[in-house]
Each structure stands twice: as structure tokens, then as C-alpha cells.
Ligand binder design. Structure first.
Ligand SMILES: *[C@@H]1O[C@H](CO)[C@@H](O)[C@H](O)[C@H]1NC(C)=O
Ligand SMILES: *[C@@H]1O[C@H](CO)[C@@H](O)[C@H](O)[C@H]1NC(C)=O
Ligand SMILES: *[C@@H]1O[C@H](CO)[C@@H](O)[C@H](O)[C@H]1NC(C)=O
Ligand SMILES: *[C@@H]1O[C@H](CO)[C@@H](O)[C@H](O)[C@H]1NC(C)=O
Length: 894
């Protein structure tokens, strides 16, 4: 047994490698003996009301759920016919669906929805989209109270202030209410005489009895959650996994989010996905959490020294003066014996549990369990946070220093006055921390690395099924066929956004404020969508394609900076109608990008195909391409080693997702430093899918005679044999890694022959163990030697001559994360000084940076207007080996 678990352990290191197959096999064998007991407890809700307020008839949302208008509903206020209904004045691109958000019921006097239901617990979900609802009801005038069966759920609730502070376009508040008679009343009343109250959607769904009692952390007592307690869901995370949509959640219609935005510091540990059906719900009912929550997890690194020294910590912005219930979900997939993985659980620096050991509780491999803890968060100086930290319990000498978590829910409990309302968040607070009382999943950015800015990351993804592409093209076709589209407002593609085997991914959404937002964090429907823009809208957004707004130029056409919806910055890529190749790539990009949503992929917001135009609208990436930050633009602040590692890790995550996250493997084909873009928080996003291929089967039937990609990054094997695999991306990424380390272009013909190609040159030094000699002078003495070694090895492996010898992107990712941890440990121990302050001194004029100066780098164009280029040859690495090759280059907006 010991041998077995050792083998498992070692396979975990290569997270995405074939090792998982082995593990699955082992686990499969092991779980044969376990009782098959998972049909016991499916939950069928008796009541599931979805009410679309301010509307009539029934309409479907993007997930295909049907919402019934409140106009004729027997649950609506009796005066509903006299109440104002209004449509929102604009659609924010991050709305998951027009239903129920685009219509609202407006109240200028208290009004009560009265749901006649049998006694028991119900989810009550309230949906709000702060918008101007006609001129009479401006966005900022909505300040109101929502009460239910004697409890105050929201008070002085300013939807606009909350949404702005959280940079979310819409808000969802989820409560659990026990109804003791047969009415669930929900009353809306405005708090200002001249103001108003409103609601866009109300959900009432029966739920099983999920709450009981929990140990009160910091006191030797049990806290009992009585039948009359009302709870508000604050956060609900699928730790180490991807977002889970309501329709995938065993009839409880909960939304689970990716946990990465809440991780404190850069100690992300590693994530794992058991990926098999070995889960056996034994002691807990199946509805406790969906399968995906338990099969994916986050644990520490495989390095005990590192682990003994760090806490895996999640940080949540909360409201003070409330008691919270934290529910931690666990499922062990690796260790089979007690005391192999034993750890302490801390909540707000207080010990909730010592030597916690999943197997030690009596659970078998693949048996989920959960633990509840109650904790009171008193008023404190500064912003109230709730931290959950896991730390190996060295005192009990476990066999491995490690910890694991699979899911985490945090609920706020009503106070003794029956109140649940907290103050409205203030933008300045949120800038550092994100998300007070944001209901389900506000998002603390919390990465120490990017802690200065609002959270990046959100959950928007929903990789739609194949049907999406089809539907999209049918739709485009139909639109083309119509001479006028006056009968249909621009906006939402009527696409089936969810289906079959769709995966969801965390991803960034842009919100009305134009910041990296977390709009869909509060969404019950993370969604993949693609907005249609009219040509007039695009003209207005780009000031009629004002040349001064050009961000980049390439074979496909030009990229402009634009503004839509009164201020949201976007990048607008306008295809050159004469570029034949372009039509295909236009379609490829829509196909690819509309299917893909990930925090580390540039999001496509929409497109315009009017007047035979091919226009794509992307998220604006404020800091432009990575390359300018590494070399070639002395106006930019040099990046520290830690920042460079984090950027490489982000890009690796994006590529790893392309390779493994979607139904089909997607090969990027043009990985390079100009295609890795940075947002305002220096979060890396992979862009430019114009050349992407789903593969590798595709290439057998459709052998491309034209090798595409960029010179200097090209996989030699692909070049020779024209066989494309995801390992070609791995090769290019290896080039990127050396470029980032050495701060020079992939190809620089002005150098002596042996130095022209960075791949050859750096490999030479790496193999001799002398990599240190050629690194960016700015990094000299700033890199922990172990970190450099790990990084150099990773890059070297990527550049293996044969694709089969190269690691998978997941392995590269793991090695980079390890290199980052080594660097951080060294920084904590003051062995290296990673600070950029002295680097900054070397480029005194950084404060006057005009970001756009970095954009004008064109692939096929020889014109290089990039300011401050110190290397005349930088663009040569974009020279393409084929004249047919056409692509848009550097477009920061991709
Ligand atoms: C709801 O409250 C009633 C009493 O008011 C209690 O009997 C029942 O168990 C409660 N249900 C839940 C699910 O808490
Ligand atoms: C918490 O309670 C204290 C004492 O009752 C009060 O002074 C403080 O304002 C409250 N804080 C919040 C955020 O409600
Ligand atoms: C981990 O958390 C515990 C409890 O808050 C704290 O005592 C300890 O110092 C932390 N360890 C590290 C390495 O941060
Ligand atoms: C919540 O409200 C119920 C009913 O008013 C009350 O019994 C309970 O003590 C309240 N919870 C807290 C934490 O005060």
C-alpha cells in the first residue's frame, strides 16, 4: 500500500500528464470494494419559480430555463397592473442573458410578492441589473430595502454603488429562508423619498435541509442554526476546479465558482482533477455538492520543505458584526492511509481543527465529506475579511506535509435583530480587496502579486457545444440575407449557450466600467456569448476609424482602440475586405473565441458583419503585448522576476486550457511574446486565435501546405514534417520563456551567427549550466538560483527536438509554479531581493508611460513606430516563412 501511494504521489507531479490515467486506473481498482451508494438522495424540488419581473408571458434565458413574467402572476403584488415596468436602457456585454435582466419592475411604494408555498426551506434569489430605467428612474436613485417574512435581507441597498464598487454589471443575492406557514413574502420598499426600488428577477426554489449546527470557532461551543435562521450565500467555490452552472447542480440550481481569485498570496499550490467516476457519496447526500466539486481539488506542492513553510489561504471580504457559516468540502483522491495528509484548519487566525485528515475521519478514497464551522466576525479596524487557511500539521508528523480542499461555501447568518443587510461597498475599499457583501461571490483579488488593483478574473466562461458554431453561422447567414435588420435590435445572439458536455471556465469579463470586472461572479449563469454590433456603433466607437486610434496593423487589417456603451474600452479589429485569407480567419476567431472563455485568454466581446465588414471587438488590454515590457520599450517599468514568472504562468494556463480545457484540443500555432497581452493588472492573456486549429486530427484530412507561425518560434519538427500537434505550441512557448529571461528577440540577425536564434543560443548556455551568464542584466542577482534552474530546465524541455520529448503544457505550468514558489520562499527568507525599485531607477521616465506607445508593432508591416526601441531588429522575429501568411499582428486587443 505504501508503495502504491508513493507511486500515486509521484504521478501527481505531472498534473496533466498521462499519469492521471494511471491514477484513475489505480483508483478504479481501489474503489471496487466501496459501497455503491449514490442513488440514495437525489433531490427533486417541489417548487421552482423563476419570475421575470416587469415582463409578460414566458421567456427563456441563455441556459434555456424558462422565466415567467410577473405581469399576470398570482404571486405578484395585487397592484401589479398599476406598477411601472421598464426596460433597461442598455445591455452590458457581461450580462449572461437578457432574461431576466433587461426588464424590471419598479416600485415607488412598498410592494410585496407573496409566494404561496408549503412549509420548508427555499432558496430565494434576487437578480438586479442597475441601469437607467427610462429617464424617470435613473440608475443611481435605486436605494431600497428588501424584507422577507420578518427578516431584513437588504437595507439601504444601492445597486449602482454596489455594482460599481465591485465592477460587476449585475448582482445576484441568494438567501435561504425557512417558511413556517405557507407564504414566502418578499417586500421591496425604497429608502429615499425621491428614489425607487426595483427587481429584475426572483427565484424561489425548494431546497433540502442543508444546515444544522457547527462548532463555533474560537469558543468551546456548538453553534446551532435554528429552523428560523436565514442565511445569505456569500461565496461558493469549486476549489481547484471550474465554474459549475446552476443547471448542472443536482436540482439545487446553485452556481459554483473558480476559487483562484480568492487565493491569498501566490501560494496557489497545485490543482488536481481525478476526472473519473469513482466518486461514491457515502455518508453525505448527493445534493450536498455536485460531483465536479469533489473530483477537483487544490493541494500543496509536492515539496515538503516548501509545504511545511506555507499556508494555503483563501481570503473573503465580508460584513462585520455577523456570524458566518463556513462549509469546507473534502474528498481524498491520493492518500489511502490515516496520517498521510494531516493538516490544521484556521479561520481568521483561530484554530478550527488540528490534524484534520480526510481518511482519518473514516472516509475512503473517493468518499466526499464536509465540515462546517461557525465564526463571528466582529467590527474591526480596516476592512473585515474572513481567511480560511490550511497548513500541514507538523506536530502529528504526517507522512506527507500536504493539505487539500475541494469546495468551500460561506454563508452569512441573520443577526439577533433578524437582519442580514450590511453597508454598501465603497469603491476605494474594493480596489484593494474586492467585494464586500457582494452576495454570491464577490471577488477579492487578493493575489499579493496584483493586490493593488481590482480583481482580475471572473467567471464568464461557458464553452458551448459544437452546436454553437453552427447556430452562429446560421445566424450570421440569416442576418446577411436580410436587407434590413430593423426588426431585431442589435444585441444577443439567440444561441444555445449551454448544453451537453460543456465545460465552464473562469474568465474575465469586462463590465460597464471598463475595468477588469467580475460581473459574472454574481451571475447565476456564467455564459459564453457574442454580441452583435451594428456598423454605426463601431463607427461611433472608433470615431469613424480615426487613424490616431490605431493600435496595430497586420495582414488582416487594422486594430483600433474604441469605446462602447459610454466608456467601456475595447479593441476593434477591422478586417481588410480584400484580404481573402481574412474571411477564413475571421470565422476562425469567432468560432474559437466565442467558445472559449478563460481568465488567461483574451475575450471576444462581439463582432460586426454589416456592409461586408469583418469586425471583431475584444477586451481592451491596457498594458499591451508582453514583449514591450521585456525589451524594446524603455518607457515601461521593467518587470521583476516574480512578475515575469507570474505572466509566464498565466500564459501557460491559457495555453493549457486551449490544449485540454475544451472538448477538442486547440492548437494556438502562433505563440509569441506579442501574442501574450497584459491587462492593467499585468495579468497575461493569450491572444490571436486567427491561426488556431482544432487538432490534431484536422490536419490529417486537411494538410496545410503552408506552414504558419512566426519565424524564430517555429517548431522545427512542424516545419520539417508539417505535422501539427499541441507540442508545437510547447516549443514556441519555450522560446517565449528564454525571451522573457534574456530580454532579447527570438531572432536577431544583427548578432553574430551563433547568437541569432535565441533557442539555439540559450539552449547552449542552459546545457552547459551557464544560463545565468546571458540573462537580462536587470535580473542579475535577483533570481534565486534554484528558481532559475527550474525555469531553465522547463524551457529546455520545451525546446526538445522531437515533439514527443516535450512536456505537456500542464507540466510546464507546474514547473513554472514551482520556480515561482522557490523565488518567493527565497524572497521571504531575504535570500534574494526581487524588488523592482532599483530597476525602476534605471528607467526614470516610466511614469510618463503612454501605454499606446507599445502597440504599434506590425507583423507583416515593416513600419515600426514603437517608441523607444533600442533594438532595431525586434520585428524580424515576426517575419513569416510564407507569403500567403496573413494575420493581424500584435493587436493588443485580441
Ligand atoms: C422549518 O421550520 C419548521 C418550524 O418552523 C421546522 O419544523 C422545519 O424543520 C424547518 N425546516 C427546515 C428545512 O429547516
Ligand atoms: C458593529 O457593531 C458595533 C457595536 O454595536 C458598531 O459600533 C459598529 O458600527 C458595527 N459595525 C458595522 C459595520 O455595522
Ligand atoms: C499559517 O497560519 C497560521 C495561523 O494563522 C499562522 O500561525 C502561521 O504563522 C501561518 N504560517 C505561514 C507560513 O504563514
Ligand atoms: C436569526 O433569527 C432568529 C429568529 O429571529 C433568531 O432566533 C436567531 O438567534 C437569529 N440568529 C442570530 C445569529 O442571532
Amino acid at each position: 500500500m505504501f508503495l502504491l501511494s508513493k507511486m500515486r504521489r509521484s504521478t501527481v507531479r505531472g498534473l496533466s500528464g498521462t499519469g492521471w490515467g494511471m491514477i484513475a486506473l489505480f483508483l478504479g481498482v481501489l474503489s471496487l470494494g466501496a459501497a455503491q451508494n449514490n442513488t440514495n438522495s437525489s433531490f427533486i424540488p417541489k417548487v421552482a419559480i423563476l419570475m421575470n419581473c416587469g415582463s409578460q408571458g414566458s421567456k427563456s434565458d441563455a441556459m434555456g430555463r424558462s422565466w415567467v413574467g410577473d405581469e399576470e402572476s398570482k404571486y405578484a403584488p395585487p397592484t401589479v397592473a398599476n406598477l411601472v415596468s421598464a426596460a433597461a436602457s442598455s445591455q452590458d456585454p457581461s450580462l449572461p442573458s437578457p432574461v431576466p435582466y433587461m426588464t424590471a419592475r419598479i416600485f415607488t411604494a412598498p410592494a410585496t410578492y407573496s409566494f404561496v408555498v408549503s412549509p420548508g426551506r427555499y432558496w430565494l434569489r434576487l437578480h438586479f441589473y442597475p441601469s437607467d430605467y427610462t429617464q424617470s428612474y435613473p440608475r443611481s436613485d435605486a436605494i431600497f430595502t428588501v424584507a422577507s417574512n420578518g427578516y431584513t435581507l437588504l437595507h439601504n441597498f444601492s445597486t449602482s454603488q454596489t455594482a460599481d464598487a465591485l465592477t460587476q454589471a449585475y448582482l445576484i443575492r441568494e438567501f435561504s429562508v425557512n417558511v413556517s406557514n405557507d407564504h414566502l413574502n418578499v417586500t421591496f420598499s425604497q429608502d429615499r423619498k425621491s428614489g425607487y426600488a426595483f427587481v429584475n428577477g426572483i427565484e424561489v426554489v425548494s431546497m433540502p435541509d442543508l444546515f444544522n449546527s457547527a462548532p463555533l470557532v474560537g469558543a468551546d461551543a456548538q453553534f446551532s442554526i435554528s429552523s428560523s435562521t436565514v442565511l445569505q450565500t456569500m461565496y461558493r467555490l469549486n476549489v481547484g476546479g471550474q465554474a459549475i452552472q446552476p443547471i448542472k447542480d443536482s436540482n439545487l440550481s446553485r452556481t459554483w465558482y473558480d476559487d483562484t481569485p480568492y487565493i491569498y498570496g501566490a501560494a496557489y499550490g497545485i490543482t488536481g482533477d481525478n476526472g473519473t467516476n469513482d466518486l461514491v457519496y457515502g455518508s453525505i447526500p448527493q445534493y450536498m455538492a455536485p460531483v465536479d466539486v469533489y473530483t477537483t481539488y487544490r493541494s500543496m506542492t509536492p515539496d515538503p520543505t516548501v509545504n511545511s513553510n506555507f499556508n494555503l489561504t483563501w481570503m473573503f471580504y465580508v460584513d462585520a458584526n455577523f456570524t458566518y457559516l463556513a462549509r469546507l468540502h473534502f474528498c481524498e483522491w491520493i492518500y489511502t492511509l490515516p496520517n498521510q495528509r494531516a493538516f490544521n484548519i484556521y479561520i481568521n487566525n483561530q484554530t478550527a481543527e488540528t490534524a484534520f485528515d480526510v481518511i482519518g475521519t473514516g472516509a475512503n478514497l473517493g468518499n466526499p465529506i464536509y465540515k462546517d464551522y461557525a465564526i463571528y466576525v466582529p467590527a474591526q479596524e480596516g476592512d473585515p475579511y474572513l481567511f480560511v487557511a490550511l497548513q500541514p500539521d507538523v506536530a502529528v508528523k504526517p507522512q506527507y506535509y500536504d493539505a487539500i480542499l475541494n469546495g468551500l461555501e460561506l454563508f452569512k447568518l441573520n443577526d439577533s435583530a433578524g437582519n442580514l443587510a450590511g453597508p454598501n461597498p465603497v469603491a476605494s475599499i474594493v480596489d484593494n480587496s474586492q467585494g464586500p457583501d457582494s452576495g454570491v461571490n464577490a471577488s477579492p483579488s487578493s493575489h499579493s502579486s496584483s493586490s493593488k488593483g481590482p480583481v482580475i478574473g471572473g467567471v464568464a466562461g461557458g464553452v458551448a457545444v459544437l452546436g454553437l458554431i453552427l447556430a452562429l453561422f446560421c445566424f450570421i447567414h440569416r442576418r446577411r440575407g436580410r436587407s434590413s435588420d430593423g426588426d431585431k435590435p442589435s444585441g444577443w445572439l439567440p444561441l444555445p449557450l449551454y448544453g451537453g458536455n460543456s465545460h465552464t471556465m473562469g474568465s474575465k469579463v469586462s463590465t460597464a466600467s471598463g475595468k477588469s470586472g467580475t460581473g459574472s461572479y454574481v451571475s447565476s449563469a456564467p455564459s459564453s456569448f457574442c454580441r452583435h454590433f451594428t456598423f454605426a456603433e463601431i463607427q461611433e466607437a472608433t470615431k469613424n476609424f480615426d487613424e490616431s486610434r490605431i493600435l496595430g496593423v497586420g495582414g488582416f487589417g487594422k486594430v483600433y482602440e474604441g469605446e462602447v456603451d459610454g466608456g467601456t474600452k475595447v479593441a476593434v479589429k477591422r478586417g481588410n475586405p480584400l484580404a481573402e485569407q481574412g474571411i477564413h480567419e475571421f470565422q476562425t476567431e469567432i468560432e474559437m473565441l466565442s467558445k472559449l472563455r478563460h481568465r488567461h485568454l483574451v475575450s471576444l466581446i462581439g463582432y460586426c458583419e454589416e456592409n461586408c465588414e469583418m469586425i471583431l471587438v475584444y477586451d481592451y488590454m491596457a498594458k499591451g503585448p508582453l514583449r514591450g515590457h521585456i525589451y524594446g520599450n524603455s518607457n515601461l517599468i521593467p518587470l521583476s522576476w516574480k512578475q515575469r514568472l507570474e505572466i509566464c504562468i498565466g500564459a501557460a494556463r491559457g495555453l493549457h486550457y486551449l490544449h485540454t480545457g475544451a472538448a477538442q484540443t486547440i492548437i494556438h500555432r502562433d505563440v509569441k511574446t506579442t501574442n501574450i497581452l497584459l491587462d492593467e493588472n499585468l495579468v497575461a492573456k493569450v491572444s490571436d486565435f486567427g491561426l488556431s486549429k482544432t487538432g490534431p486530427t484536422l490536419d490529417h484530412t486537411h494538410v496545410s501546405t503552408v506552414v504558419k507561425g512566426s519565424f524564430g518560434y517555429l517548431d522545427p519538427e512542424y516545419y520539417r514534417r508539417q505535422q501539427l500537434t499541441e507540442k508545437s505550441d510547447v516549443y514556441s512557448f519555450g522560446v517565449v520563456l528564454f525571451e522573457v529571461l534574456c530580454a532579447r528577440p527570438a531572432i536577431n540577425p544583427s548578432l553574430p551567427r551563433e547568437q541569432v536564434s535565441i533557442a539555439e543560443w540559450a539552449l547552449h548556455y542552459q546545457r552547459k549550466g551557464m544560463l545565468e551568464q546571458i540573462i537580462d542584466p536587470l535580473l542579475k542577482g535577483k533570481i534565486n538560483p534554484e528558481s532559475l534552474k527550474k525555469y531553465g530546465e522547463a524551457a529546455e524541455k520545451c525546446l526538445a527536438e522531437q515533439g514527443v520529448d516535450r512536456p505537456a503544457m500542464g507540466d510546464v505550468l507546474w514547473n513554472l509554479e514551482f520556480a515561482l514558489q522557490l523565488q518567493e520562499t527565497a524572497m521571504e527568507n531575504k535570500l534574494v531581493d526581487d524588488s523592482t525599485t532599483d530597476l525602476i531607477q534605471m528607467s526614470p521616465d516610466y511614469s510618463h508611460v503612454n501605454n499606446s506607445a507599445t502597440y504599434a508593432v506590425g507583423d507583416n508591416s515593416t513600419s515600426t513606430s514603437t517608441a523607444g526601441h533600442s533594438l532595431a531588429s525586434v520585428d524580424l522575429d515576426d517575419v513569416t516563412p510564407s507569403a500567403v501568411f496573413s494575420q493581424l499582428v500584435n493587436p493588443q486587443g485580441r
